[in-house]
Design a protein around this ligand. Structure first.
Ligand code: FES
Length: 104
């Protein structure tokens, strides 16, 4: 694995398609969302509004709604749909050596 910002976060077979999980690489709360076997996203688990955990949010397509006040984010870009200058952090992911890796 090139560069030392890539961190293995979970065994690939522990994250099934259509599921999500919060992991904590180097103490950072990252929400992994696996929509399909080859469609994996990683976003900050903290909402850009008041930091509510996004893991309890509702996913509709690629739009994740915060459970606290319904701010909606595109999990592909992190963008807040109602004001594109606001975003949550998104992380690159890859699957290698049987693990999911996240680039911090
Ligand atoms: S904390 Fe997420 S919408 Fe308010």
């Amino acid at each position: 694995m090139s560069g030392n910002n890539w961190v293995p976060v979970i065994a690939e077979n522990k994250l099934k398609a259509e599921s999500s999980k919060v992991v904590f690489p180097r103490g950072i709360a990252v929400l992994l969302i696996r929509k399909a076997a080859d469609e994996l996203f990683a976003v900050s688990n903290r909402c850009a509004h008041m930091s509510c955990p996004l893991r309890d949010g509702k996913l509709d397509g690629y739009v994740l709604s915060c459970p606290c006040h319904d701010w909606r984010f595109d999990i592909r870009t992190g963008r807040f749909l109602d004001a594109p200058e606001i975003a949550i952090r998104v992380y690159e992911t890859r699957i290698e050596e049987g693990n999911v890796w996240v680039k911090l």
